[in-house]
Every structure is written in structure tokens, then in C-alpha cells.
Design a protein around this ligand. Sequence first.
Ligand code: URP
Ligand code: ZN
Ligand code: ZN
Length: 460
Amino acid sequence: MSILIKNGRIITAADDYRADILIEGEKISAIGHNLSVPGAMEIDASDRLVFPGGIDPHVHLDMPFMGTFSSDDYESGTRAALHGGTTMVIDFVLQTQGDSLYSALKTWQQKSEGKALGDYSYHMAITDFNEHTRKELKPLIEEEGITSFKTFMAYKGALMIDDGQMVDLMQEVKKLGGMVTVHATNGDMIDKLIAKHRAEGKLSPLYHYLSQPEITEAEASGRFVDMAWYTGVPAYIVHLTCEGALNQVRDASKRNQKVFVETCIQYLLLDASLYEKDFEGAKWVMSPPLRQPKDQQTLWAGINQGLVQVVATDHCPFMWEQKQMGRNDFSKIPNGHPALEHRMELLFSEGVHKGRISPNTFVAVSSTNAAKIFGMYPRKGCIAVGADADLVIFDPNHRHTLSANTHHMKVDYSAYEGWEVTGKCETVLLRGKVAIDKGEVLVEKGYGQFIKRAKVSKVV
Ligand code: URP
Ligand code: ZN
Ligand code: ZN
């Protein structure tokens, strides 16, 4: 059946106008005034905003990490994402050191196939770049549609690669038309600080924060930016948190180098004072850690300056019981926090409603730029004839309160308990189907599709 969304205020990364949207099958087939289609299901969007479905390009679903697994799997995670207007996520396939990329891919396919409610793709995390791995890159890009390769400059012994491997990988990926992304913090320096704090008996969550000072991120970001400049590879820094790191990217722009930057909703809204709450601070133990108010200001400004193109979540939830693994030692607290469901509403409320960013910028950083950078535009991330009908019908005045009692993520606390939010995702469509309507889920598990991505990242 066709769907006709009537008279909504359509917001894209570039435009803001009132029109009707006709959906036939999975696609948008017409946009215009006074459209009328006999037999179409009509949705009145007169007092509503209509924007493209959100894309969160940084999530960890069912991920093995620090001796446990992140608690949201593909079913619960993508369902929660849809509730919050995110119609597509990009997760990370993690290579096991010593093993192949394809065997890791198979593991992630088993985690996701038939389970996801929302659309998804993968970044491939390279934790061991060797001659065998090198040969796997081309088929991954050309046959699997996995065109972005994640690297870690921290988590030594598990995920980290050294600078030699980094440059080697960058040269290969550049040749093949892909992109290298990075968790940019200085792993050796952090390990040293962790060891020092533990030896001094400083074991509370506060010392997680104090083991990863701003300089550890600024230094690694600068090093990554320089290696990307040397090799010429398209480059993207994930979860950038602070002024020092963003200044490295700002400086690189003076030599006409473009490095894409993602921050996450928590780094815009929360700060390191949360680590002073004794063990409750474990809820926000993540890497990099939350920073200072001056860093939040830098990041909001960075969005408006075009230096930060994407606001993701790094959604990596753990049950409170799992966080207890580090009750007596901060270095054993599983790193990560839950945010996937709330990213769009928090960003709208704190960003648009409070006047920090425009509605167009909101759409750009929550959806369009990720689609462009990661090779999915204009199928995803826009409202245009021929695009997938991934749409959010949004009530900008609906006030509500976030809580673990009402959220849909599989985690028994909220990192945003009691936050008052203005604006609610009322109806969410994914590829032409109403997926969420006023809190009710209308798609089944298995509806979510793997989306193959193209090589070229469009300039944002
Ligand atoms: O604390 C975090 N960020 N956990 C997930 C792994 C990562 O570094 O992104
Ligand atoms: Zn990371
Ligand atoms: Zn992550």
C-alpha cells in the first residue's frame, strides 16, 4: 500500500519547507503540494517535522569486550534505535588477532542476520594487519560493500595496531578506494597511567578518567592525522571528545587536509564531574572518558564550524551487574555506555530546541553526513525522490523524561535518568514501512537489511 505523508515541515541538511511525501514500496516516489492518491494510507503531519531516518555509524551490538559482551544484541539494539528515530546503524566487526577478517565477518553475520529490525552495515576493525589480511581488503570492499576500516591506537594486546601497521594499512586502503577510521588515543601512555594508579591503590572510576588525560587523545589524533596526510587515505576519527584533539584537525585543515570527525552525544552533554560519584561513576566509564565543559563548548562550536560532521553514540551498553566486574578496580569496568535510543531526541532537544544548532545542521550530523561519508548517499540520509523511505515524523513540542523504566535498550540503568527532553519521534518509517507508531513497534525482527556501501565518500 502507498503511504502519503501530508503537509509536514520537511527538514533536510539543506532545506526546510512544507510539502507532502508519497511513498510507494520502499522508496519515496513523489514530493509535492496537494498530492492525492486514492487508496493511499494518509498520515497527517501538519504540526510535525519530517526528517530523514537517523544513521548512527558507531555502535557495538553483542560485542565481546573486556571479558563480557555488550548487552544489546541486534534485535534489542535496532529496536531501541527505531524507537528513537535511528533507522540504520553501523556496527564494528572485530578481527581476532591471528585470525582472518572473513572469519570475523561470518561471526557478525550470524549475530545479525534474521535478527535486526533496523537496517545496518559494518565497519571492519583491523586488529592484526598482515599479508593475509591485506588480500582480504579488496573482496571486502568490492564484494561485501564494507568500505571502512577501523583501527585502534589503544587497547594493546587486544585491538591495538602499531604505527607501522597503520601506515601499511592506510596505503593499501587508499589504493582500493576505502576509508580508515580510528580510535585515536595513545595506548602506551594510558596503560602506563593505569598501572601507576593501580600501584598507588587508586582504584575508583575517577582514575579511569585520570588515566586518559586530554593529551593522550590530542597526541594520537595528531599522529593519525599526519599518517593520513602522508598516505593520502580518506580518514575519519571516531568519538572525538576534546579541544586538543579537535585542534589537530583544525590545524590540518590549514594545509587543506580533510579529516572527518565524529563526536558522540555524551561528549556534548555530559562531563567528567560524573566520575566523582564513587562507583556510580562506572555508568559513564567509557573510552575516551567524558571531558570538561570547555571541551563540550569546543565540540558544539566544531559542529557549527564544519569541523565535526557526525554525532554518533558509541553505544556499548553493559548491565549494572557487568559493571561490577570493576567494583574494586576501575581498569576492569567494561567500557561503554547506552545512548542509541536517545541520540536523536537529545540532540534535537539540547541542540535545536536550545538554539545551539540549526534544524538543518541537526539533520546533517545525525543522518546525512554519515550517509555521504560512508557511501550510502543518496539512498540513505536524505528526503528525495528515489531515496529509501526512511523517515521520522517528529513532534517538536512533546516533552518527556528519559528513564530506564521506559527505555527499550537492554540495560537496567539509564545514563540520562531524569533528563527532560523536548521533542519526540512519533512515527518512524523504514524502507516504506511504518516501523514505530506512537511507541508501538510494527516491524518484525528480520526486517532490517544489511546495506552494502559504495567506495567513494562524498565530500561533506
Ligand atoms: O568505551 C567504549 N568506547 N567502548 C567501546 C569500544 C570503543 O573504544 O569504542
Ligand atoms: Zn573506541
Ligand atoms: Zn566504539
